[in-house]
Design a protein around this ligand. Structure first.
Ligand SMILES: *Cc1c(COP(=O)(O)O)cnc(C)c1O
Length: 226
C-alpha cells in the first residue's frame, strides 16, 4: 500500500519536472511522518526515502535515534523556544523559523555545542491568522537580523500554503515565495543563501515544483490520512 502510494508520488514528481524542464535530482522529497509509527518510516526508508518531516519535538526525539544513521529529520512545525535544545542534535534542517526571538534561541543553544544549524525562514505568504511565519513585508529585516547570527545558516524559505480544493489557487503563493527568495538573493547577504524553497504538500506539490520548490513535504499521499 505505502509502496504503491510512494511510487505514485515519485511518478508525479517526475511528470511535474518534465513539464517544466527541471531535474528530479533537484527536488528533495520529505516524507512527512508525523503521527505515523516507526514501522512506516522504516518501510519508506527501505524504499529509498532518507528525509523525514515531523512537527513535534518529542516525536523527533523518539524516532530519530531508532532510524538508520543516514536518515535526515526536518523540523517543520512551530518550534517553542524551550524545546530548541532538545531538538537541535536530532535535526538536519529547521524549516519553521518564524521569529527573530526563536532564531536567537537557536543561536544561544548552538553556541554551547559549536553546532552550525541549517534553517529556513517560514513565510506566511497568505497572511492567514491561523499560521505562523513572517509576513512578506517583514522578511527582509528579519533576514538582516538573523543573518548576523554566527551559528545559523539561512538556506532559504518555507511556506505552508492555504488549504484549497484546486491546487492552482496556490500557484500565486508559490510564485510569491520564489520572488521573495530572488529579491533576498540579489542582496548578497553573508551567511544567507536562497538555494532552498520548501513548499508544496500532498494537495499541491506538483504546482509547487513548477514554481521552483526544491523541497516538498508530503505526508498524506505517502502514508495515508492521519
Ligand atoms: C503535515 C504537514 C505537511 C504534510 O501535509 P500533507 O497534506 O499530509 O502532505 C507538510 N508541511 C507541514 C508544515 C505539515 O505540518
Amino acid at each position: 500500500m505505502i509502496e504503491q502510494q510512494l511510487n505514485e508520488v515519485l511518478r508525479r514528481i517526475e511528470t511535474a519536472c518534465s513539464h517544466c524542464g527541471r531535474d528530479t535530482k533537484d527536488i528533495t522529497l520529505i516524507a512527512v511522518s508525523k503521527t505515523k509509527p516507526l514501522s512506516m518510516l522504516e518501510k519508506v526508508y527501505a524504499l529509498g526515502i532518507r528525509n523525514f518531516g515531523e512537527n513535534k519535538v518529542q516525536e523527533i526525539m523518539d524516532k530519530k535515534p531508532q532510524m538508520p544513521q543516514d536518515s535526515q529529520f526536518h523540523m517543520i512545525g512551530h518550534l517553542q523556544r524551550n524545546k530548541v535544545r532538545q531538538v537541535l542534535k536530532h535535526v538536519q534542517w529547521i524549516h519553521s523559523v518564524d521569529s527573530v526571538a526563536l532564531a536567537e534561541q537557536i543561536q544561544a543553544e548552538a553556541i554551547k555545542t559549536g553546532q552550525l544549524v541549517n534553517i529556513l525562514l517560514e513565510v506566511n505568504v497568505a497572511k492567514e491568522a491561523s499560521k505562523y511565519g513572517f509576513f512578506p513585508e517583514d522578511l527582509m529585516q528579519a533576514v538582516g537580523q538573523i543573518g548576523k547570527l554566527s551559528q545559523l545558516r539561512i538556506g532559504g524559505l518555507m511556506t505552508i500554503a492555504p488549504f484549497v480544493v484546486n491546487s492552482e489557487e496556490n500557484r500565486p503563493i508559490f510564485k510569491k515565495l520564489y520572488q521573495l527568495s530572488v529579491d533576498i538573493k540579489s542582496k548578497n547577504i553573508d551567511n544567507v543563501s536562497m538555494s532552498v524553497l520548501s513548499m508544496g504538500m500532498s494537495g499541491d506539490y506538483e504546482v509547487a515544483i513548477q514554481e521552483g520548490a526544491t523541497m516538498i513535504r508530503v505526508g498524506t499521499s505517502i502514508f495515508g490520512t492521519r
